[in-house]
Design a protein around this ligand. Structure first.
Ligand code: CTP
Length: 399
């Protein structure tokens, strides 16, 4: 346990005091932290308090000859399993997003070959500013993992997103990233596509047709596959869930956008279609809000959406070797699942009865329907279904 070490970059924000607690929580969990304290960070917490908790030297100045003699910035950036920036200020995010390297923290972020996790902390207006949002999306695309920011009251008296995630939550994410690496890696080098959540089909700029899918099962499957080493592209409709760690997450709205994002993810070794894709969409989406008129409610003509599972199953040369679909049924689950398997042309159907509280809930009871037969799994947490399914996918792909 004690050889687990992270590099913690403490930026200049009022939330810096929370990083002290983070260091203690990590130490309790057997993860040592080495700290870089930025100049602004040192206005909020002292090198002495940080160093007492890390039981190590605190690195601060890029041009310090003694620092460079002990551990150069390149070495520093590679001496840890993970680089965690907490608090990640707007300034640190901007530098990292643009490759600016003019102090120890930013130089280290540019030089590192290790995964980077950021816990943003700033005033709500700064967080929502287009420049910060641009930097945030750029960093996401660069593979940076974000924890928070949380919503709530801020030290500056305002309210909204921008509060640094609680140290307990940051610590949990760090430990999760260790779990991800510790578990065996039977899917290393494999690419898997996962769809999740509902789709949203616009009627006009303010109204839409959708469904109650929470995305929990699909997100859990994506995370479980990534834990087994797969490169996972998760294409999700609108859900209130954070991007799973180590997963390439693509957010879409409509079924047609979901199909396009899936096709752009091919070739893949496997595809798991968990999304509750809306079967129909309004034939036309009005450009302006539909107004109430004297003629009563407007008729809504629907047209069929593309079937993503069927399209992937019939993708010819690009067809993933294993295509898994889900079947959400309220009656005759097995019979419907079998006919879906044949109709869609996929290899397995994971079928569940959604007449109870499965949609939005945390547990599920499924059966796996294959051409070779039906396998019933007991009632279990969605995360457990995800783990077992990921393991079966790994076996099917030849490990
Ligand atoms: N699916 C899809 N694209 C669609 C509809 C469904 O990819 N347009 C996928 C789902 O992700 C799931 C499977 O097909 O893996 C079955 O979805 P389900 O809604 O249960 O089936 P439907 O095709 O809607 O069939 P039915 O209306 O008969 O239940």
């Amino acid at each position: 346990m004690t050889d687990r070490r992270i590099l913690l970059v403490i930026g200049g924000g009022i939330a810096a005091y929370k990083s002290l607690l983070l260091i203690r929580l990590l130490a309790k969990a057997g993860v040592r932290a080495r700290a870089i304290l930025t100049k602004a960070g040192a206005e909020f917490v002292t090198p002495l308090s940080v160093g007492s908790l890390t039981e190590d030297k605190v690195y601060a100045d890029l041009f310090s000859l003694t620092d460079e003699a002990e551990m150069g910035h390149i070495e520093l950036s590679r001496s840890a399993d993970l680089v965690v920036v907490a608090p990640a200020t707007a300034d640190l995010m901007a530098k990292a997003a643009n490759g600016i390297a003019n102090d120890l923290a930013s130089t280290t972020l540019l030089a590192t070959d290790k995964p980077v996790m950021m816990a943003p902390a700033m005033n709500v207006r700064m967080w929502l500013h287009p420049a910060t949002q641009r930097n945030y999306h750029r960093l996401l695309a660069d593979g940076v993992h974000f924890v928070g920011p949380d919503d709530g009251a801020m030290a500056c008296g305002e309210f909204g997103p921008g509060r640094m995630a609680e140290p307990e939550d940051i610590c949990a994410e760090i430990l999760k990233s260790y779990d991800a690496r510790a578990i065996g890696q039977p899917l290393t080098g494999r690419r898997v596509l996962v769809t999740a959540g509902p789709t949203l089909e616009a009627l006009d700029p303010v109204r839409f047709i959708s469904n109650r899918s929470s995305g929990k099962q699909g997100f859990a499957i994506a995370e479980a596959l990534a834990r087994l080493g797969a490169h996972v592209r998760l294409v999700s409709g609108p859900v209130a869930l954070a991007d799973p760690f180590g997963v390439e997450t693509v957010r879409v709205e409509s079924a047609r956008e979901m199909l396009a994002a899936c096709e752009a993810g091919l070739p893949a070794d496997a595809a798991v279609c968990v999304a509750a894709v809306a079967d129909w969409r309004p034939e036309a989406s009005a450009v302006r809000k539909i107004k109430k008129g004297a003629d009563g409610p407007p008729p809504i003509a629907l047209t069929e959406n593309p079937d993503i599972l069927a399209a992937l199953s019939k993708a010819g040369k690009k067809r993933p070797r294993l295509v898994v679909g889900f079947a959400a049924e309220t009656n005759d689950v097995e019979a419907h699942a079998k006919s879906k398997l044949a109709r869609k042309g996929c290899d397995w159907i994971v079928a569940n009865d959604v007449s109870g509280d499965v949609m939005g809930g945390d547990a599920n009871e499924v059966m796996i329907v294959r051409a070779s037969g039906v396998e019933r799994w007991p009632h279990m947490a969605k995360s457990a279904v995800a783990g077992r399914l990921a393991a079966e996918i790994a076996t099917a792909l030849g490990h």
